[in-house]
Design a protein around this ligand. Structure first.
Ligand code: BES
Ligand code: MN
Ligand code: ZN
Length: 509
């Protein structure tokens, strides 16, 4: 694991640091309110009517040239105090990180009390949550995928951002809370890093075997039980749909099963997480166009999200048992590959006519969802880059969520909401299944007409959910990659979104 920025809470100054970070709000006339602090240089600049107006999301770097407790000061704009939300603070944290990196700062002190000094701040979510959100924005913004760069392993000149960031507060009680909160934020940074690294990994390196081996190391570090199923094991399990998808690939598939058991909890509830792990989706015989096909290395992000979230929930000591199942395989065209029109049999016994070999995610998930239900879970949640259609429906601003239990869907949606990770429910009316009925088999994997793609994907999965199982499905095909609108998410490559939501859900369920 790459060395990450260290976060710490303090009630006294950390001594000589590069930069002091202070929050600045706007008054009703949208003018910056000079912060109540010792940073006279910065305050003077504000009074002189400098360009900095403290609009939410803006930053201003001020160099003192040796005066004050730090060499320089970073002003972070928060807009109007009354309109402040946790997500706005998280977003400002992302902007602050970018600016600290641009200015090549090595250490920083966040004068966190300047965030609470504003008049008219909403009572909720409270100081500790706001400070935590700022920390989240800082650490989530800090990410680079440099594994395959031969020269620089940490940026062009070896600089990868501040090594240490202190959160300074005069409130002793808050400092104590922050010790815990910042520890949890460091956990987030490390677990989301794993998800992003996995997601960004090219498929010649990121093979099913590779992820199984990585999962083994991570499971050991986190005290998780791990079982790895080979294709021979999957054959014994009669996973005909999972094996059908991998049939055209040279590289063998792996199904990774992780188990987390909470300590000291009598009869914990069980949550099953299921992740789509297509290490490369060429489309198979129904081959995809070549434009941007390279992005299909991230078609295993559902599995990567489940991995990161399970580690995170374990670190946080979630009170529920988690069974995490990650189904890895490749979707490739070949002489042995499944062909359109083929009929294959699922673990559940149902038969499927494969109309489109590019609708492969639902095939592998069907078998692992069936397998997951053998663990008698109280809730099942699968996460998958399942359909391009979800980006048409919701854009990159929200992931699609569907399920057979509105209460479960709502609790996952809420876990997302508090983390700034948006989920939006789509309907699952029975009529949507009409188009997946087959003349030859029990169902088709695609209707091939381009309508209601995300819902149909979920309707297909629903056929493998047993009576009495509470189940939800999250389609992250749009939000997993190249998310541009969040300051704390890399603009290119893996986003790492929904790791926090899943861990939160596993903690609160
Ligand atoms: N992995 C893709 C979905 C996808 C598209 C993920 C874009 C990320 C970005 C999935 O396997 C797929 O190909 N889905 C098809 C389904 C169709 C053939 C029914 C799609 O969305 O076109
Ligand atoms: Mn596909
Ligand atoms: Zn796919």
């Amino acid at each position: 694991m790459r060395k990450l920025t260290t976060l710490e809470a303090r009630t006294t100054s950390a001594g000589a640091v590069d930069v002091d970070v202070i929050a600045v709000f706007q008054d009703s006339g949208k003018k910056p309110i000079p912060p109540r602090s010792v940073y006279s240089g910065a305050v003077e600049r504000l009074r002189r009517g400098d360009a900095f107006v403290a609009r939410h999301g803006s930053t201003q770097f001020v160099r003192f040239g040796g005066k004050g407790s730090a060499e320089s000061c970073l002003l972070v704009g928060f807009g109007a105090a009354a309109e402040l939300t946790e997500e706005k603070v998280r977003s400002a944290g992302g902007n602050a990180w970018s600016r600290l990196v641009a200015e090549k700062c090595k250490t920083a002190t966040i004068h966190i009390d300047t965030l609470f000094a504003a008049k008219g701040l909403p009572r909720e979510p409270g100081h500790a949550r706001l400070a935590r959100a700022f920390a989240e924005g800082l650490v989530l913004g800090a990410y680079q995928f440099l594994k395959h760069k031969s020269s620089a392993k940490s940026g062009d000149d070896g600089y990868a951002g501040p090594a240490k960031i202190s959160f300074l507060t005069q409130e002793k009680a808050l400092k104590k809370q922050l010790d815990t909160e910042l520890g949890q934020v460091m956990d987030i940074a490390e677990c989301v890093q794993v998800t992003r690294d996995w997601s960004n990994e090219p498929s010649n390196h990121g093979t099913p075997e590779f992820y199984a081996a990585e999962a083994r190391k991570l499971a050991k570090q986190h005290g998780l039980k791990i079982t790895v199923l080979t294709e021979a094991d999957a054959a014994r399990e009669k996973m005909g749909l999972y094996l059908g998808v991998g049939q055209g690939a040279e590289r063998e598939g792996r199904i990774v099963v992780l188990e987390y058991t909470p300590k000291g909890v009598k009869n914990p509830k069980t949550i099953a997480f299921v992740g789509k792990g297509i290490t490369f989706d060429s489309g198979g015989i129904s081959i995809k166009p070549s434009a941007r096909m390279e992005e299909m290395k991230h078609d295993m992000t559902g599995a990567a999200t489940v991995m990161g979230a399970t580690m995170l929930a374990a670190r946080w000591g979630a009170p529920n048992r988690i069974v995490a199942i990650m189904a890895f395989t490749e979707n490739m065209p070949d002489g042995k590959a499944i062909q359109p029109g083929n009929v294959i049999t699922a673990r559940s016994g149902k038969t499927v006519e494969v109309i489109n070999t590019d609708a492969e995610g639902r095939l592998i998930l069907a078998d692992v969802l069936d397998y997951a239900q053998d663990f008698k879970p109280d809730a099942v949640l699968d996460v998958a880059t399942l359909t391009g259609a979800v980006s048409i429906a919701l854009g990159k601003q929200a992931a699609g969520i569907l399920g057979n239990d509105d209460q479960l869907v709502e609790s996952i949606r809420r876990a997302g909401e508090v983390n700034g990770e948006r989920l939006w429910q789509l309907p699952m009316w029975d009529e949507y299944f009409e188009d997946l009925k087959s003349d030859t088999a029990d169902m088709k994997n695609s209707a091939n007409d381009g309508y209601g793609g995300t819902i149909r994907g979920a309707m297909f999965l629903k056929q493998f959910i047993r009576k009495g199982t509470q189940w939800a499905h999250v389609d992250i095909a749009a939000t997993a990659w190249a998310v541009g609108h969040l300051s704390y998410i890399p603009k290119r490559g893996a986003s790492g979104l929904f790791v926090r939501t899943l861990a939160q859900f596993a903690t609160d369920f």
